[in-house]
Design a protein around this ligand. Structure first.
Ligand SMILES: NC(=O)c1ccc[n+]([C@@H]2O[C@H](COP(=O)([O-])OP(=O)(O)OC[C@H]3O[C@@H](n4cnc5c(N)ncnc54)[C@H](O)[C@@H]3O)[C@@H](O)[C@H]2O)c1
Length: 334
C-alpha cells in the first residue's frame, strides 16, 4: 500500500518529536518540513527538503496530509492554503485559544469537506484504553463521580519547552487542561453539561497569566468530576491522581501515564492493571497518526471528527467564563 506523504509544518519541540514519529510510521512518509524560522534547522531536518513558506512547500512536495505543529494562534491563514490544495489537516492541540476562532476553523473545514483532526494523543495511552475496557467490563460498575488531580511545577524556561505559554492568557487551561477535559469526555463517554470554576496565579508564578484551575464539571450522563489542575504548584515533583468511584468499586490511576488499579467494594485489595510496554510521547503519537490516516481513508464521519474538539474547548471556555463571573456556566454542545 502506498504511504501517505506528510508535510510537517512547525519544527519546534513538538514538530521535532513528530518528525521522528512519522519516520517510523508504516503508513506515512515525511516528505518535508516547513517552519517560518529557517534558523531552526537541525541535523535531522537537513535530511529533508526544508521550506519557510507553506504554499511553496505544498507546490513542490505535493503532500497528501498536513501535520500542523505551529502554536495555536492565527491558524486560519494556513488552513486556507491547505484547503486550496485539498489537504486534510492533523493539527496540534488546542485548535485555537478562543472558542469563536475554533468554531470558524471547524466551519471552514466542514464547508470545504476536508478532514480536520486535533492531536489528542492522550486518548491513545494504555491508561486510557485500559480504563475504558475496565468500565466496559462492568467489574466496578458504572462511574458515578471522580476526582482528577494534576499538580505540577512546570518550568516554562526549560530549553525543550515552548515559550509562548509564559505570556499567553490562561496557559494551563488552553495548553494542559484541554488534554484532561478531553480525556474526561473520552473515557466517561459524555459531554459536559455545566462547569463551576476558579482560575488563579500564585505569587511565585513565572507565568504572566493563570496557571491554577479548580473546577467542578457536571457531565451530561450525570457524573460529577472534581478537577484540580495546575502548572505552578510549589513542589518540583508532579502529583497525579485520578480516581473514579463507580457503582461496584473504584478505579485509581496514581501516575500520569501508569499505575492503574481498581478495587471492588467488598475487596480488601487493589488489583493492578498491566499496561504493557509503551514508549510515551512516541507510541501514542504513532497511534494517533494511524487513526488519522484511517479516518481519511474511510472518509466517514467527517463532520463528527471535525467538530469533536469543540466539545472539549467549550469546557475551557466555560471555566474562563465561570472564573470571571463567579457563576456556574451551562455549556453548549456541538
Ligand atoms: N500533544 C502534546 O502532547 C503536545 C506537546 C507539546 C506541544 N504540543 C502542541 O504543539 C504545538 C507546537 O508546540 P511547540 O512546543 O513545538 O511550540 P514552539 O512555539 O516551541 O514551536 C513552534 C514552531 O512553529 C514555527 N511556526 C510558527 N508559526 C508557523 C507557521 N505559520 N508556519 C510554519 N512554522 C511556524 C515556529 O517558528 C516554531 O519553530 C502547540 O499547539 C502545542 O500546544 C502538543
Amino acid at each position: 500500500m502506498k504511504k501517505l506523504r506528510v508535510l510537517l509544518v512547525g519544527y519546534g519541540p513538538r514538530g521535532i518529536m513528530w518528525s521522528k514519529v512519522i519516520k517510523k510510521n508504516q503508513k506515512a512518509i515525511l516528505v518535508g518540513v516547513c517552519d517560518i524560522n529557517s534558523n531552526i534547522q537541525n541535523k535531522f531536518s537537513k535530511k529533508f527538503p526544508f521550506f519557510s513558506i507553506l504554499e511553496k512547500a505544498i507546490q513542490e512536495l505535493n503532500p497528501d496530509i498536513i501535520l500542523l505543529c505551529t502554536p495555536p494562534f492565527n491558524r486560519m491563514k494556513d488552513f486556507k492554503i491547505c484547503a486550496k490544495y485539498r489537504l486534510p489537516i492533523l493539527v496540534e492541540k488546542p485548535l485555537a485559544v478562543n472558542l469563536k476562532e475554533a468554531l470558524k476553523l471547524v466551519d471552514f473545514m466542514n464547508k470545504q469537506k476536508l478532514f480536520l483532526m486535533v492531536g489528542l494523543n492522550f486518548r491513545y495511552l494504555p491508561t486510557t484504553t485500559k480504563k475504558i475496557n475496565l468500565i466496559k467490563s462492568q467489574k466496578v460498575g458504572k462511574p458515578n463521580f471522580s476526582k482528577f488531580i494534576y499538580e505540577r511545577w512546570r518550568d516554562g524556561n526549560l530549553k525543550r519547552l515552548n515559550k509562548y505559554p509564559l505570556y499567553m492568557d490562561y496557559p494551563m487551561l488552553w495548553e494542559q487542561s484541554i488534554h484532561h477535559f478531553d480525556l474526561i469526555r473520552f473515557i466517561y463517554k459524555s459531554n459536559v453539561k455545566s462547569v463551576f470554576a476558579t482560575s488563579s496565579n500564585p505569587p511565585w508564578s513565572m507565568y504572566a497569566h493563570d496557571t491554577n484551575v479548580n473546577a467542578i464539571l457536571e457531565l451530561k450522563n450525570g457524573m460529577l468530576v472534581n478537577y484540580i489542575g495546575n502548572w505552578q504548584s510549589n513542589c518540583k515533583s508532579l502529583n497525579f491522581e485520578w480516581r473514579t468511584d463507580c457503582t461496584k468499586g473504584i478505579i485509581i490511576q496514581k501516575k500520569q501515564f501508569s499505575d492503574l488499579s481498581y478495587r471492588q467494594h467488598n475487596s480488601l485489595n487493589f488489583k493492578n492493571i498491566k499496561l504493557g510496554n509503551f514508549k510515551m510521547w512516541t507510541d501514542d503519537a504513532q497511534l494517533l497518526l494511524l487513526d488519522f490516516i484511517k479516518s481519511i481513508k474511510n472518509n466517514k464521519n467527517l463532520l463528527k471528527t471535525n467538530k469533536d474538539h469543540l466539545n472539549s474547548l467549550s469546557i475551557v471556555d466555560a471555566c474562563i467564563k465561570s472564573s470571571k463571573s463567579g457563576k456556574k456556566i451551562i455549556i453548549k454542545n456541538y
